[in-house]
Design a protein around this ligand. Structure first.
Ligand code: ZN
Length: 435
Protein backbone atom coordinates (compact mmCIF):
# COMPACT_ATOMS: atom_id res chain seq x y z
CA UNK A 1 0.00 0.00 0.00
CA UNK A 2 1.18 3.53 -0.68
CA UNK A 3 0.85 6.26 1.93
CA UNK A 4 -2.55 7.42 0.79
CA UNK A 5 -3.96 3.89 0.82
CA UNK A 6 -2.59 3.26 4.30
CA UNK A 7 -4.16 6.46 5.60
CA UNK A 8 -7.54 5.71 4.04
CA UNK A 9 -7.50 2.18 5.41
CA UNK A 10 -6.72 3.47 8.89
CA UNK A 11 -9.56 5.98 8.63
CA UNK A 12 -12.05 3.41 7.46
CA UNK A 13 -11.13 1.27 10.42
CA UNK A 14 -11.23 4.14 12.91
CA UNK A 15 -14.20 6.11 11.63
CA UNK A 16 -16.12 5.79 14.92
CA UNK A 17 -13.24 7.08 16.99
CA UNK A 18 -12.77 9.97 14.57
CA UNK A 19 -16.45 10.89 14.76
CA UNK A 20 -16.35 10.68 18.57
CA UNK A 21 -13.42 13.09 18.63
CA UNK A 22 -15.55 15.74 16.91
CA UNK A 23 -18.63 15.03 19.04
CA UNK A 24 -16.58 15.49 22.19
CA UNK A 25 -15.26 18.81 20.90
CA UNK A 26 -18.85 19.93 20.23
CA UNK A 27 -19.77 19.07 23.80
CA UNK A 28 -17.41 21.75 25.10
CA UNK A 29 -19.26 25.05 24.62
CA UNK A 30 -16.83 27.68 23.36
CA UNK A 31 -19.12 30.59 22.60
CA UNK A 32 -17.28 33.82 21.97
CA UNK A 33 -17.84 35.91 25.14
CA UNK A 34 -18.81 38.92 23.04
CA UNK A 35 -22.03 37.05 22.17
CA UNK A 36 -22.75 35.35 25.46
CA UNK A 37 -23.34 36.25 29.12
CA UNK A 38 -23.65 32.74 30.52
CA UNK A 39 -20.23 31.74 31.93
CA UNK A 40 -20.74 28.00 31.51
CA UNK A 41 -20.96 28.43 27.72
CA UNK A 42 -17.70 30.37 27.38
CA UNK A 43 -15.13 27.61 27.48
CA UNK A 44 -12.70 28.44 24.69
CA UNK A 45 -9.84 27.50 27.02
CA UNK A 46 -11.32 24.10 27.82
CA UNK A 47 -11.86 23.35 24.13
CA UNK A 48 -8.30 24.41 23.31
CA UNK A 49 -6.93 22.22 26.12
CA UNK A 50 -8.93 19.27 24.85
CA UNK A 51 -7.34 19.69 21.43
CA UNK A 52 -3.93 20.31 23.01
CA UNK A 53 -4.09 16.95 24.78
CA UNK A 54 -4.98 15.26 21.50
CA UNK A 55 -1.97 16.89 19.82
CA UNK A 56 0.36 16.12 22.73
CA UNK A 57 -0.59 12.45 22.57
CA UNK A 58 0.36 12.46 18.91
CA UNK A 59 3.81 13.85 19.60
CA UNK A 60 3.21 17.54 18.83
CA UNK A 61 5.09 20.19 20.78
CA UNK A 62 2.31 22.52 21.94
CA UNK A 63 1.89 25.87 23.57
CA UNK A 64 -1.05 27.97 24.74
CA UNK A 65 -0.68 31.75 24.56
CA UNK A 66 -3.12 34.47 25.54
CA UNK A 67 -3.49 37.40 23.13
CA UNK A 68 -3.06 40.83 24.67
CA UNK A 69 -4.24 44.07 23.08
CA UNK A 70 -1.44 46.03 24.74
CA UNK A 71 1.24 43.71 23.40
CA UNK A 72 -0.26 44.05 19.92
CA UNK A 73 -0.44 47.84 20.02
CA UNK A 74 1.84 48.22 16.97
CA UNK A 75 -1.00 46.70 14.90
CA UNK A 76 -3.59 49.15 16.12
CA UNK A 77 -4.69 50.48 12.74
CA UNK A 78 -4.62 47.08 11.12
CA UNK A 79 -6.95 44.18 10.50
CA UNK A 80 -8.19 42.25 13.50
CA UNK A 81 -7.06 44.72 16.14
CA UNK A 82 -9.81 45.25 18.73
CA UNK A 83 -8.48 47.48 21.52
CA UNK A 84 -11.16 46.56 24.04
CA UNK A 85 -11.05 42.78 23.63
CA UNK A 86 -9.65 40.78 26.54
CA UNK A 87 -8.36 37.21 26.59
CA UNK A 88 -8.43 35.81 30.08
CA UNK A 89 -9.10 32.05 29.73
CA UNK A 90 -9.09 32.55 25.95
CA UNK A 91 -5.82 31.13 24.60
CA UNK A 92 -4.57 30.44 21.12
CA UNK A 93 -3.12 26.97 20.67
CA UNK A 94 0.04 26.34 18.64
CA UNK A 95 1.41 22.93 17.90
CA UNK A 96 4.19 21.59 15.73
CA UNK A 97 4.86 18.01 14.69
CA UNK A 98 8.42 17.95 13.48
CA UNK A 99 9.21 16.28 10.20
CA UNK A 100 12.49 14.57 9.45
CA UNK A 101 13.75 17.75 7.79
CA UNK A 102 14.06 19.48 4.44
CA UNK A 103 10.39 19.19 3.57
CA UNK A 104 7.89 22.00 3.19
CA UNK A 105 5.84 22.83 6.26
CA UNK A 106 2.07 23.15 6.38
CA UNK A 107 -0.06 24.99 8.88
CA UNK A 108 -3.62 23.90 9.63
CA UNK A 109 -5.64 26.65 11.17
CA UNK A 110 -9.13 27.31 12.48
CA UNK A 111 -11.07 29.24 15.08
CA UNK A 112 -12.24 27.52 18.24
CA UNK A 113 -14.83 30.14 19.17
CA UNK A 114 -18.41 29.75 17.98
CA UNK A 115 -21.33 32.15 17.82
CA UNK A 116 -24.21 32.11 20.32
CA UNK A 117 -26.77 29.34 19.90
CA UNK A 118 -29.92 31.40 19.34
CA UNK A 119 -33.35 29.82 19.50
CA UNK A 120 -35.31 27.06 17.74
CA UNK A 121 -32.92 24.17 18.17
CA UNK A 122 -34.47 20.70 18.20
CA UNK A 123 -31.15 19.17 19.36
CA UNK A 124 -29.16 20.26 22.38
CA UNK A 125 -26.56 22.54 20.73
CA UNK A 126 -23.82 21.08 22.95
CA UNK A 127 -24.68 17.39 22.88
CA UNK A 128 -22.97 16.38 19.63
CA UNK A 129 -26.09 14.37 18.73
CA UNK A 130 -25.52 11.87 15.95
CA UNK A 131 -28.69 11.11 13.99
CA UNK A 132 -28.97 9.62 10.50
CA UNK A 133 -25.38 10.31 9.59
CA UNK A 134 -25.47 13.93 10.78
CA UNK A 135 -23.65 15.37 13.76
CA UNK A 136 -25.48 18.29 15.36
CA UNK A 137 -24.08 21.10 17.45
CA UNK A 138 -23.06 24.73 17.51
CA UNK A 139 -19.81 24.79 15.60
CA UNK A 140 -20.41 21.49 13.76
CA UNK A 141 -19.87 23.37 10.50
CA UNK A 142 -18.31 26.61 11.71
CA UNK A 143 -15.84 25.29 12.45
CA UNK A 144 -15.13 22.50 14.90
CA UNK A 145 -15.89 20.05 12.09
CA UNK A 146 -12.96 21.55 10.19
CA UNK A 147 -10.69 21.63 13.22
CA UNK A 148 -11.43 18.00 14.03
CA UNK A 149 -10.98 16.99 10.39
CA UNK A 150 -7.59 18.64 9.99
CA UNK A 151 -6.33 17.19 13.28
CA UNK A 152 -7.66 13.73 12.52
CA UNK A 153 -5.88 13.88 9.16
CA UNK A 154 -2.54 14.24 10.94
CA UNK A 155 -3.48 11.49 13.36
CA UNK A 156 -4.33 9.12 10.51
CA UNK A 157 -0.93 9.76 8.90
CA UNK A 158 0.86 9.28 12.20
CA UNK A 159 -1.03 6.12 13.14
CA UNK A 160 -0.40 4.66 9.70
CA UNK A 161 3.28 4.73 10.55
CA UNK A 162 4.12 7.39 7.98
CA UNK A 163 6.87 9.89 8.70
CA UNK A 164 6.82 13.27 6.98
CA UNK A 165 9.71 15.38 5.82
CA UNK A 166 8.03 18.72 6.44
CA UNK A 167 6.64 20.00 9.74
CA UNK A 168 2.90 20.03 10.30
CA UNK A 169 1.62 22.87 12.44
CA UNK A 170 -1.77 23.25 14.03
CA UNK A 171 -2.80 26.75 15.08
CA UNK A 172 -6.25 27.24 16.51
CA UNK A 173 -7.35 30.69 17.55
CA UNK A 174 -10.01 32.41 19.60
CA UNK A 175 -12.09 35.46 18.75
CA UNK A 176 -12.55 35.02 15.00
CA UNK A 177 -16.30 35.48 15.25
CA UNK A 178 -15.95 38.86 16.95
CA UNK A 179 -13.06 40.51 15.18
CA UNK A 180 -10.05 38.33 14.37
CA UNK A 181 -7.54 39.30 17.04
CA UNK A 182 -6.72 35.63 17.65
CA UNK A 183 -5.24 35.24 14.19
CA UNK A 184 -3.52 38.60 14.42
CA UNK A 185 -1.89 37.37 17.65
CA UNK A 186 -0.91 34.08 15.99
CA UNK A 187 0.88 35.87 13.19
CA UNK A 188 2.41 38.45 15.55
CA UNK A 189 3.69 35.52 17.65
CA UNK A 190 5.84 34.61 14.64
CA UNK A 191 4.02 31.42 13.82
CA UNK A 192 4.81 30.61 10.18
CA UNK A 193 4.70 27.83 7.59
CA UNK A 194 5.27 27.38 3.86
CA UNK A 195 1.50 27.10 3.29
CA UNK A 196 -1.72 27.13 5.26
CA UNK A 197 -5.16 25.58 5.12
CA UNK A 198 -7.99 27.20 7.04
CA UNK A 199 -10.67 24.55 7.39
CA UNK A 200 -13.67 26.87 7.28
CA UNK A 201 -16.69 25.12 5.76
CA UNK A 202 -16.41 25.24 1.98
CA UNK A 203 -18.26 21.98 1.21
CA UNK A 204 -14.83 20.65 0.26
CA UNK A 205 -14.46 23.29 -2.42
CA UNK A 206 -11.14 25.03 -2.78
CA UNK A 207 -11.56 28.66 -1.76
CA UNK A 208 -8.39 30.55 -2.65
CA UNK A 209 -9.73 33.93 -1.59
CA UNK A 210 -12.14 35.60 0.74
CA UNK A 211 -13.69 39.04 0.50
CA UNK A 212 -13.27 41.98 2.82
CA UNK A 213 -16.41 43.28 4.48
CA UNK A 214 -17.32 46.85 5.35
CA UNK A 215 -20.25 47.90 7.49
CA UNK A 216 -21.20 51.54 7.50
CA UNK A 217 -23.99 53.76 8.70
CA UNK A 218 -25.12 56.44 6.26
CA UNK A 219 -26.67 59.35 8.11
CA UNK A 220 -28.93 61.72 6.21
CA UNK A 221 -30.28 64.82 7.87
CA UNK A 222 -33.74 66.27 7.25
CA UNK A 223 -35.76 68.79 9.19
CA UNK A 224 -38.93 67.77 11.01
CA UNK A 225 -42.16 69.64 10.33
CA UNK A 226 -45.92 68.95 10.32
CA UNK A 227 -46.51 66.27 7.70
CA UNK A 228 -50.11 67.27 6.88
CA UNK A 229 -49.48 70.94 6.19
CA UNK A 230 -48.11 72.87 3.25
CA UNK A 231 -44.37 73.22 3.52
CA UNK A 232 -42.37 76.45 3.21
CA UNK A 233 -39.23 76.37 1.11
CA UNK A 234 -36.42 74.76 3.11
CA UNK A 235 -34.35 77.95 2.72
CA UNK A 236 -37.09 79.73 4.62
CA UNK A 237 -37.07 77.12 7.39
CA UNK A 238 -39.53 74.65 5.82
CA UNK A 239 -39.51 70.95 6.63
CA UNK A 240 -37.25 68.55 4.74
CA UNK A 241 -38.15 64.87 4.61
CA UNK A 242 -35.09 62.77 5.45
CA UNK A 243 -36.85 59.67 4.05
CA UNK A 244 -37.29 61.43 0.73
CA UNK A 245 -33.61 62.39 0.68
CA UNK A 246 -32.63 58.84 1.63
CA UNK A 247 -34.74 57.48 -1.24
CA UNK A 248 -32.97 59.89 -3.61
CA UNK A 249 -29.59 58.53 -2.52
CA UNK A 250 -30.76 54.89 -2.47
CA UNK A 251 -31.90 55.14 -6.07
CA UNK A 252 -28.49 56.30 -7.14
CA UNK A 253 -26.90 53.26 -5.53
CA UNK A 254 -28.49 51.16 -8.27
CA UNK A 255 -26.07 52.77 -10.72
CA UNK A 256 -23.26 52.36 -8.24
CA UNK A 257 -23.91 48.61 -7.95
CA UNK A 258 -24.25 48.26 -11.74
CA UNK A 259 -20.82 49.77 -12.06
CA UNK A 260 -19.42 47.43 -9.40
CA UNK A 261 -20.96 44.50 -11.26
CA UNK A 262 -18.46 45.16 -14.03
CA UNK A 263 -15.49 46.35 -12.00
CA UNK A 264 -15.63 44.33 -8.76
CA UNK A 265 -16.08 40.76 -9.88
CA UNK A 266 -13.58 37.93 -9.59
CA UNK A 267 -13.26 34.81 -11.71
CA UNK A 268 -13.47 32.61 -8.62
CA UNK A 269 -16.51 34.31 -7.09
CA UNK A 270 -20.12 33.58 -8.07
CA UNK A 271 -21.27 37.16 -7.44
CA UNK A 272 -19.58 40.55 -7.69
CA UNK A 273 -19.04 42.88 -4.76
CA UNK A 274 -22.03 45.06 -4.02
CA UNK A 275 -23.15 47.62 -1.50
CA UNK A 276 -26.42 46.49 0.04
CA UNK A 277 -28.58 48.31 2.55
CA UNK A 278 -29.62 46.12 5.46
CA UNK A 279 -31.28 48.41 8.01
CA UNK A 280 -33.27 51.63 7.72
CA UNK A 281 -34.21 53.77 10.67
CA UNK A 282 -35.98 57.11 10.22
CA UNK A 283 -38.63 59.36 11.68
CA UNK A 284 -39.97 59.84 15.16
CA UNK A 285 -43.78 59.98 14.99
CA UNK A 286 -46.58 59.72 12.42
CA UNK A 287 -47.35 63.41 11.95
CA UNK A 288 -43.85 64.71 11.30
CA UNK A 289 -41.44 64.49 8.40
CA UNK A 290 -38.39 62.48 9.38
CA UNK A 291 -35.71 64.57 11.04
CA UNK A 292 -33.03 62.08 10.16
CA UNK A 293 -32.56 58.78 8.35
CA UNK A 294 -29.89 56.25 9.27
CA UNK A 295 -29.15 53.43 6.87
CA UNK A 296 -26.82 50.57 7.65
CA UNK A 297 -25.12 48.87 4.74
CA UNK A 298 -22.79 45.97 4.02
CA UNK A 299 -20.27 46.33 1.20
CA UNK A 300 -17.74 43.73 0.13
CA UNK A 301 -14.30 44.28 -1.33
CA UNK A 302 -11.69 42.23 -3.16
CA UNK A 303 -8.13 41.51 -2.03
CA UNK A 304 -6.84 43.57 -4.97
CA UNK A 305 -8.50 46.65 -3.43
CA UNK A 306 -6.82 46.35 -0.02
CA UNK A 307 -5.04 49.45 1.28
CA UNK A 308 -1.56 49.57 2.84
CA UNK A 309 -2.93 48.47 6.21
CA UNK A 310 -4.53 45.45 4.57
CA UNK A 311 -7.97 46.99 4.97
CA UNK A 312 -10.72 48.62 2.93
CA UNK A 313 -9.60 52.27 3.16
CA UNK A 314 -9.60 52.78 -0.61
CA UNK A 315 -13.08 51.31 -0.95
CA UNK A 316 -14.38 53.44 1.91
CA UNK A 317 -13.09 56.50 0.09
CA UNK A 318 -14.80 55.36 -3.12
CA UNK A 319 -18.12 55.04 -1.30
CA UNK A 320 -17.70 58.38 0.45
CA UNK A 321 -16.86 60.10 -2.84
CA UNK A 322 -19.94 58.59 -4.46
CA UNK A 323 -22.21 59.83 -1.67
CA UNK A 324 -20.61 63.28 -1.89
CA UNK A 325 -21.19 63.27 -5.65
CA UNK A 326 -24.86 62.45 -5.21
CA UNK A 327 -25.21 65.09 -2.49
CA UNK A 328 -23.76 67.69 -4.84
CA UNK A 329 -26.75 67.23 -7.16
CA UNK A 330 -29.32 68.24 -4.53
CA UNK A 331 -29.40 71.74 -2.97
CA UNK A 332 -30.38 70.58 0.55
CA UNK A 333 -27.90 67.69 0.60
CA UNK A 334 -25.19 69.98 -0.73
CA UNK A 335 -25.62 72.23 2.29
CA UNK A 336 -26.32 69.36 4.70
CA UNK A 337 -23.99 66.65 3.47
CA UNK A 338 -24.77 63.05 4.44
CA UNK A 339 -22.02 61.38 6.41
CA UNK A 340 -20.85 57.81 6.91
CA UNK A 341 -19.85 56.28 10.22
CA UNK A 342 -17.77 53.14 9.67
CA UNK A 343 -18.72 50.23 11.90
CA UNK A 344 -16.59 47.33 10.75
CA UNK A 345 -13.78 46.50 8.34
CA UNK A 346 -12.97 42.79 8.09
CA UNK A 347 -9.98 42.05 5.89
CA UNK A 348 -9.49 39.64 3.00
CA UNK A 349 -6.81 37.64 1.25
CA UNK A 350 -6.01 35.70 -1.88
CA UNK A 351 -3.75 32.93 -3.10
CA UNK A 352 -3.28 32.93 -6.86
CA UNK A 353 -3.84 29.93 -9.07
CA UNK A 354 -0.29 30.31 -10.32
CA UNK A 355 1.08 29.50 -6.85
CA UNK A 356 2.37 26.02 -6.19
CA UNK A 357 0.22 25.38 -3.14
CA UNK A 358 -2.92 26.17 -5.12
CA UNK A 359 -1.88 23.68 -7.78
CA UNK A 360 -1.09 20.92 -5.26
CA UNK A 361 -4.41 21.41 -3.51
CA UNK A 362 -6.37 21.45 -6.75
CA UNK A 363 -4.73 18.24 -7.91
CA UNK A 364 -5.59 16.48 -4.62
CA UNK A 365 -9.12 17.84 -4.83
CA UNK A 366 -9.63 16.47 -8.33
CA UNK A 367 -8.38 13.07 -7.23
CA UNK A 368 -10.55 12.88 -4.11
CA UNK A 369 -13.79 14.79 -4.55
CA UNK A 370 -15.96 14.61 -7.62
CA UNK A 371 -18.23 17.57 -7.05
CA UNK A 372 -15.63 19.99 -5.81
CA UNK A 373 -14.86 23.24 -7.58
CA UNK A 374 -12.69 26.29 -7.07
CA UNK A 375 -14.83 29.00 -5.55
CA UNK A 376 -13.77 31.82 -3.24
CA UNK A 377 -15.53 32.72 -0.02
CA UNK A 378 -17.96 35.56 -0.58
CA UNK A 379 -17.75 36.30 3.14
CA UNK A 380 -14.78 36.92 5.40
CA UNK A 381 -12.40 34.34 6.84
CA UNK A 382 -9.19 34.83 8.79
CA UNK A 383 -6.90 34.24 5.79
CA UNK A 384 -5.90 37.90 5.33
CA UNK A 385 -3.09 37.97 7.87
CA UNK A 386 -1.56 34.73 6.61
CA UNK A 387 -1.48 36.19 3.09
CA UNK A 388 -0.10 39.48 4.42
CA UNK A 389 2.96 37.69 5.81
CA UNK A 390 3.47 35.71 2.61
CA UNK A 391 1.94 32.34 3.51
CA UNK A 392 -0.04 30.90 0.57
CA UNK A 393 -3.38 30.13 2.21
CA UNK A 394 -6.58 28.50 1.12
CA UNK A 395 -9.90 27.79 2.81
CA UNK A 396 -11.00 24.20 2.51
CA UNK A 397 -13.21 22.36 4.95
CA UNK A 398 -16.24 20.18 5.48
CA UNK A 399 -19.82 21.34 5.70
CA UNK A 400 -22.21 23.78 4.09
CA UNK A 401 -21.47 27.31 5.25
CA UNK A 402 -25.14 28.20 4.84
CA UNK A 403 -25.82 26.02 7.90
CA UNK A 404 -23.43 28.07 10.03
CA UNK A 405 -24.82 30.44 12.65
CA UNK A 406 -28.28 28.86 12.56
CA UNK A 407 -30.38 26.45 14.64
CA UNK A 408 -29.66 22.72 14.26
CA UNK A 409 -26.27 23.34 12.67
CA UNK A 410 -24.97 19.95 11.52
CA UNK A 411 -22.27 18.25 9.53
CA UNK A 412 -22.62 15.05 7.52
CA UNK A 413 -20.37 12.27 8.78
CA UNK A 414 -19.65 11.23 5.21
CA UNK A 415 -18.35 14.65 4.22
CA UNK A 416 -16.39 14.97 7.47
CA UNK A 417 -14.55 11.70 6.79
CA UNK A 418 -14.07 12.61 3.14
CA UNK A 419 -12.48 15.88 4.24
CA UNK A 420 -10.07 14.08 6.56
CA UNK A 421 -8.91 11.92 3.65
CA UNK A 422 -8.54 14.95 1.40
CA UNK A 423 -6.52 16.93 3.92
CA UNK A 424 -4.35 13.90 4.66
CA UNK A 425 -3.68 13.62 0.94
CA UNK A 426 -2.69 17.28 0.72
CA UNK A 427 -0.37 16.87 3.72
CA UNK A 428 1.28 13.81 2.14
CA UNK A 429 1.71 15.66 -1.12
CA UNK A 430 2.97 18.93 0.35
CA UNK A 431 5.04 17.74 3.31
CA UNK A 432 6.17 14.53 1.56
CA UNK A 433 6.73 11.11 3.03
CA UNK A 434 10.20 10.53 4.42
CA UNK A 435 12.05 7.48 3.12
ZN1 ZN B 1 -15.96 30.40 10.80
Amino acid sequence: MNGKEKVNAWLDEHADETVEFLRELLRIPSVNPYFEDEDSLKREEKAQKYLQKYLDDMGFETELTYPDAQELIEYKDMAGYCPDHTFEERPNLYGVLRGTGEGKSLMLSGHMDVVQTGSKWTHDPFSGDLVDGKIYGRGAVDMKGGIAAMTAAVKAIKESGIKLRGDVKVGTVVDEEAGGMGTLALVAHGYRADACIITEPTHLNLAPLCRGILWGKLIIEGRAGHIELERDDWRAGGAVDAIDKAAYILDRFDEFNKDWEFTKGHKYLPIPCQLKFAQFDAGEFPTAFANRAELIFDAQYLPQDKDKNGLGGKVKKEIEDFVAGVAATDPWLRENPPRIEWILDADCGETYDTQEFFKVTKKCLEENVQHAIVEGNCAHTDMGWFCNVGIPTINLGPGDSKLAHQADEYIEVKEYIQCIKLIADIILDWCEEAD
